[in-house]
Design a protein around this ligand. Structure first.
Ligand SMILES: [Zn+2]
Length: 132
């Protein structure tokens, strides 16, 4: 859609910016993706097999005889690694949430890049209407 702007110098057409429109469409598309994000959680779910520490237990010498699995959520907060124990029932919930978090981050990075591109275009357009 070409628009007409009225300036002091009379009517002049504002050139339609095809790539700006394309970027805008892409931005709206990506933004809709935010609505698809389910509950999310920063971190990684780890599955661990543990030694119990008893010298005579099979786990002491045989790695395949270790106990578990035990699950934990690990993430960084204020530069420190935090580990939270998870029940076997909770583990898949948190794993899915961690996956959602990564998706959200990817989406945000793309939106950020796209926004900057669009802002550059918009700034150029705004500058082009400056009265010399
Ligand atoms: Zn053991």
């Amino acid at each position: 859609m070409s628009r007409i702007s009225v300036s002091k110098n009379g009517i002049r057409p504002v050139p339609r910016n095809a790539s700006l429109e394309r970027h805008t469409q892409r931005f709206l598309e990506l933004r809709r993706g935010l609505e698809q994000i389910e509950y999310f959680c920063k971190g990684t779910v780890l599955k661990r097999m543990m030694k119990c520490g008893k010298a005579r237990c099979a786990c002491a010498s045989d790695a395949t005889k270790r106990h578990g699995p035990y699950f934990e959520l690990t993430y960084k907060a204020n530069g420190k690694t935090v580990n939270v124990k998870l029940s076997p029932e909770a583990a898949p919930l948190y794993r899915a949430a961690a996956q959602q978090y990564r998706q959200l981050k990817t989406l945000l990075n793309r939106l950020d890049k796209l926004s900057k591109t669009i802002l550059r275009h918009q700034a150029k357009l705004a500058e082009s209407t400056r009265q010399g």
